[in-house]
Write a protein that binds this ligand. Structure first.
Ligand code: AHR
Length: 605
């Protein structure tokens, strides 16, 4: 292998390695977003207070149910009504969290909620972070008196020494007679860089360690929604928490929008990465395929996009820059790239050309320096970049590593805005990571045309009920998180960024002749044989084929037939007759690539 360091080639894009995000697999609610209470505003199900259970203990009795009669404000339209009819013990509402609530030692949690009470209720109201069986109380706080009008209450709960656990619940309870109504019940652990309404620390640390340069937000399908009314309507995700109604996402659950547009940008700020902002482009997902045709009907959506860019980048003397300042962030965010829509090739009407043109013209006129990304090739305007997506098997990714080698160098550049080697669940296998690495070498080698790339999806709550996508980069539950092999590929490439491509010559190595000369189907004791010398790509021993390419399935795979061996990474481990089977170039999983396999029978085996 010769690296020609004296012949630097094309520059590598400084923003080649980034991140992609959306609300999928409970990436935010039950993931990155610090909130620990599930269904905090009681809107997940209009009929039942799901994720809350009713407690009556020590002879106390009462009832619990939803009540929409006297909302806090419009966005907080539902409340939980807790009535205590018999005292003596406690009557309470217990929240199960997002598949548990993490209790950590010596930690302070911030609880807040709206409450009002009947005139008869004398208090107090007690808040507990406790084990699911109630046997262990890790932290407790009390509010002595509850107003008869809606009021917001804030209180801290601090734990002492304890063994970290997740099988816990958060209980709001009372022992005296009367009724209490609750809304927007929230519990926050410490967050990354102590941001109020901020993000989970371990996940932010893992992202930071990948050394990414950008975050593509807010989706994905999450941008589009299953219907126009369910799109990421950014104006509904800003201002205070109590102004955000939340919305139904495309992955089967509601979003609180606690992690809203400003929080996306602050997430970027905390990781020192640039937002790549995708704006809703007037098309929502199949099967409804709701869309707005180019023309006057689309104009309000174009205006929404302009407003959104202004909210992100405008000075405080602009309308939306001022709104951002009022939301707590006077400094504008730096944005260079805006994507118009997501995967618009799904639109069966083919309206994207026209929709793109309308957004392009308006954004270009007001923000001429922004680079505009199309989600599929367009003819109506000259997009700066096209976003291309690849979800394939590891073998396909590796096989296609030369995808951009002969890509045309005129026309739009490329944003590989979603890609992954799909194998392993909920996070990728080692083999998938090898496919990823091969693929990334191709993107980097062609980074004169591929300016941006990001793996997707990035986050997965590994509880089976929480995830919708098979292969995801970083896994977690309520208490812990882990990085997958593919994560380490991202980290390796992101942390070792080159500035120019250097030409590499690979000269296939000839293996020394083996003595005695091997014969297909007969492996000599203690001798090495190469796969190339076995034209049928198999190794046979004692009349049994123990190593054979799987031609029948069409899969780029190897299988054993007889004997006993296994593959670990690119090492074939034979446990019975053969040892030291090894792919010496490439991986045995990638049969369409050049490789050789050596096999040696161990003396005496
Ligand atoms: O990454 C998961 C989904 O795949 C994205 O939401 C969508 O853009 C793509 O089809």
């Amino acid at each position: 292998l010769t690296v020609q360091i004296d012949q630097p080639g094309a520059a590598i894009s400084p923003m080649l390695y980034g991140m992609m995000t959306e609300e999928i697999n409970h990436s935010y609610d039950g993931g990155l977003y610090g909130e620990l209470i599930q269904n905090r505003s009681f809107k997940d199900d209009p009929a039942n207070p799901v994720h809350w259970s009713f407690l009556q203990e020590g002879g106390a009795a009462g009832s619990m149910g939803l009540d929409g009669a006297k909302p806090v404000i419009g966005a907080l339209s539902a409340s939980l009504k807790l009535t205590i009819t018999h005292g003596g013990g406690r009557v309470g509402a217990a929240n199960e969290g997002y598949w548990g609530i993490p209790a950590r030692p010596n930690t302070t949690y911030q609880a807040s909620f709206y409450a009002r009470s009947s005139d008869t209720f004398t208090g107090p109201l007690t808040l507990d972070l406790e084990s699911n069986d109630g046997a262990r109380v890790y932290a407790q706080a009390r509010i002595d008196k509850i107003s008869s009008e809606w009021r917001k209450y804030h209180v801290m709960l601090s734990t002492g020494e304890l063994t970290p656990s997740a099988a816990n619940r958060f209980v709001v309870s009372a022992s005296t007679l009367g009724t209490v109504w609750l809304s927007q019940v929230s519990l926050f652990p410490p967050t990354y860089q102590n941001r109020a309404n901020g993000n989970r620390i371990d996940l932010m640390q893992k992202m930071a360690a990948m050394k990414p340069t950008f975050l593509r937000l807010p989706g994905g399908n999450y941008l589009e929604g299953n219907a126009i009314a369910e799109r990421f309507d950014w104006k509904q995700t800003i201002h205070g928490m109590d102004d955000r109604p939340g919305h139904q996402g495309p992955w089967g659950y509601r979003s609180t929008d606690g992690l809203g547009l400003l929080e996306f940008f602050e997430w970027c700020e905390d990781l020192k990465v640039e937002p790549i902002l995708a704006v809703y482009a007037g098309y929502s997902l199949p099967p409804k395929n709701e869309k707005i045709d180019p023309g006057p009907d689309l104009a309000p959506y174009v205006q929404d996009a302009l407003d959104e860019i202004e909210y992100a980048t405008g000075d405080i003397d602009t309308k939306w820059g001022a709104a951002r300042a009022a939301d707590g962030h006077p400094e504008p965010f730096k944005i260079q790239y805006v994507e118009i829509g997501n995967e618009d090739w799904f639109d069966p009407s083919g309206s994207y050309d026209g929709r793109f043109a309308q957004f392009f013209d308006a954004i270009r006129a007001k923000y001429p320096s922004l680079k505009l990304i199309a989600t599929m090739p367009v003819r109506s305007r000259a997009a700066d970049l096209n976003d291309e997506h690849f979800y394939r098997s590891p073998a396909e990714m590796a096989k296609d590593a030369k995808h951009y080698d002969n890509y045309k160098r005129t026309g739009p550049k490329v944003f590989v805005g979603e890609w992954a080697s799909i194998e392993g669940s909920p996070t990728p296998s080692m083999n998938a990571a090898l496919g990823d690495a091969a693929w990334l070498t191709g993107l980097e080698r062609n980074s004169d045309v591929v300016l941006l790339s990001c793996y997707a999806p990035m986050l997965v709550n590994v509880n089976p009920d929480a995830s919708q996508w098979g292969t995801n980069l970083i896994g977690y539950d309520a208490l812990t998180s882990f990085a997958s092999p593919s994560y380490y590929v991202q980290k390796m490439f992101g942390s070792n960024r080159g500035d120019v491509v250097l030409p590499v010559d690979v000269t296939p190595q000839a293996y020394p002749a083996v003595t005695p000369a091997p014969t297909a189907g007969a492996v000599g004791v203690g001798t090495w044989v190469t796969q190339a010398e076995f034209k049928d790509a198999s190794v046979t021993h004692d009349g049994r084929t123990i190593y054979q390419k799987d031609f029948t399935s069409g899969a780029d795979d190897w299988k054993k037939s007889g004997g006993s061996w296994s593959v670990e990474g690119d090492v074939l481990k034979e446990t019975t007759e053969i040892e030291n089977c090894r792919a010496v170039t490439g991986s045995p999983m990638w049969s369409d690539y050049s490789y050789s396999v050596k096999a040696r029978k161990t003396a005496g085996a």
